[in-house]
Design a binder for this molecule. Structure first.
Ligand SMILES: Cc1cc2nc3c(=O)[nH]c(=O)nc-3n(C[C@H](O)[C@H](O)[C@H](O)COP(=O)(O)OP(=O)(O)OC[C@H]3O[C@@H](n4cnc5c(N)ncnc54)[C@H](O)[C@@H]3O)c2cc1C
Length: 291
């Protein structure tokens, strides 16, 4: 349970961190909150020669409005996202998702950037950022690029971040009017990780018609995904509990669910249906102004 030896570096600026990441390549690991990396190092599943601690970088911990979007710095902790007045007012799905992560200790140390860079198949944010159509900003010594979230999660623990890149920011749009969103999660009791987690966002048009819908699912497969067949079942129809139940049946469509000591593939598939229905019903209630 003791990590292999490594050299520790704590740059103070993003530019210095990027130069170090570029210089040390595969031999280096970035350290943010450490709540995924350190367990891996203790088990010696990761044995980096250099640990580049970005936790002391200035100006990477913020939540602010910028050009009509909400910009969140990669080092913003789960607890800060949970309690942010701006996010609670304008993008409550992200705060609700953050509040469901692990325990207080994990939420105080873990960061949004670390969670999204790690891309654990049971992590919570991936469902929410997919439902929110977020943008991921990746920085390198050559500048920054924007990755649409639909192109970001590639496989288990694998993202579209390239070697030499640091995830620097996440951008989400403020929630439009007549919209409700909800995150519903079956959590693994010891860690809090999602056995299945579903984030649903609904926008209502005239007469209760579903104008727009997005459903992000985590925990079920090797990477989080949008439940597109379920979304297509809903779009343009009049919202009702019956319709949500019908659409939720498609929540696991096309996915080969994971099976492990916490849940079998069949159980996960069934729970995806149950939690999709719950998330849709709650998002609908909120879109109507109910709690
Ligand atoms: C007991 C326990 C319970 C937990 N429960 C949950 C839960 O219920 N739900 C959930 O979603 N998560 C859970 N987690 C995980 C937690 O949310 C982690 O904090 C998160 O996954 C990683 O964030 P971090 O800042 O700690 O990253 P770190 O552990 O520091 O880094 C994780 C990985 O990402 C890389 N990395 C970090 N930041 C960046 C960056 N900005 N750019 C590029 N690469 C980067 C690192 O090199 C490393 O490979 C739990 C963890 C623990 C220990």
């Amino acid at each position: 349970m003791i990590p292999a030896q490594f050299e520790y570096v704590a740059p103070r600026t993003l530019e210095d961190a990027l130069r170090l990441v570029e210089r040390h390549g595969d031999e280096a690991k970035i350290l943010a909150g450490g709540h995924s990396l350190l367990p891996l190092m203790k088990l010696r599943l990761a044995q980096p020669r250099y640990v580049i601690d970005i936790g002391r970088l200035r100006n990477m911990n913020y939540i602010r409005e910028e050009n009509g979007q909400i910009a969140i710095g990669a080092l913003t902790t789960h607890a800060e996202i949970e309690s942010s007045a701006l996010l609670r007012a304008k993008c409550p799905l992200l705060s609700e998702t953050a509040a469901s992560i692990g325990d207080v200790q994990v939420r105080n140390r873990g960061t949004l950037g670390g969670s999204l860079a790690h891309a654990d198949p049971a992590a919570d944010y991936p469902a929410a950022v997919l439902a929110l159509n977020a943008e991921i900003i990746a920085a390198s010594t050559g500048g920054t690029r924007t990755i649409p979230v639909s192109e970001y999660f590639l496989d288990m623990l694998t993202t579209a971040l390239r070697p030499g890149e640091i995830l620097s920011q996440v951008r989400v749009a403020p929630q439009p009017p007549h919209t409700g969103a909800a995150y519903e999660k079956l959590h693994q009791p010891a860690s809090g990780f999602a056995i299945v987690g579903v984030a649903a966002k609904l926008t209502l048009g005239n007469g209760g018609t579903i104008e727009d819908v997005a459903i992000g699912v985590t925990g079920l497969g090797p990477k989080a995904f949008r439940a597109e067949t379920a979304e297509n079942t809903l779009r343009g129809k009049k919202a009702s509990e019956k319709l949500f139940a019908e659409a939720a049946q498609h929540a696991a469509q096309g996915i080969d669910p994971l099976s492990d000591l916490h849940a079998s593939a069949d159980y996960r598939r069934n729970m995806a249906i149950v939690y999709a229905r719950r998330a849709l019903n709650r998002a609908f209630a909120r879109a109507q102004g109910k709690p």
